[in-house]
Design a protein. Sequence first.
Length: 185
Amino acid sequence: MRINKKLKPTIGFIGAGNMGLPMIKNLMKKGFQVKVYDVNPKITKKLEKDNIKAVNNLRAVASNQFIISILPDTQNVESVFNNDTGINSYLKPGTIVIDMSTISSSSAIEIGKSLQIKQIEFLDAPVSGGVKGALNASLSIMIGGKKETYKKSLDVLNSLGENIIYAGRLGMGQVFKMCNQIMVG
């Protein structure tokens, strides 16, 4: 008798910089198939040397069950997740988008609303723990969004961090992170 292991969902990952690259490697160690897009061709070449599937446009990552992004700032995230020139028009209903960037709460809410209109689920999930936390899969992840989307994403999130905190409705992940940063400071 053959035991059929449940296949892990596929992940499209956007942003393979200092934080993204170790996160990608941790997802792959946990058995996820990951396709990666980064705007920087030097990073893309490095990915190929590390045997990580790199793609050259956002459309190529859109067909995955999960999309994870970790980008430098609000402007970068807004340029990726928009209806005119970004990935939004390529995403299929039921896709779960997890943005792990630190951006404004209001921007996270607006991005989430525009995706929800297209029946795409969205979590704002900024991280804390720096590169060391990304390398060791020990990040703290603060999540805002629908609780059922959060629950569906736990296997992915647990592959990246140790402290997974559900903060409430959309935008609250960013608010929780801001409060955390103030307390740490």
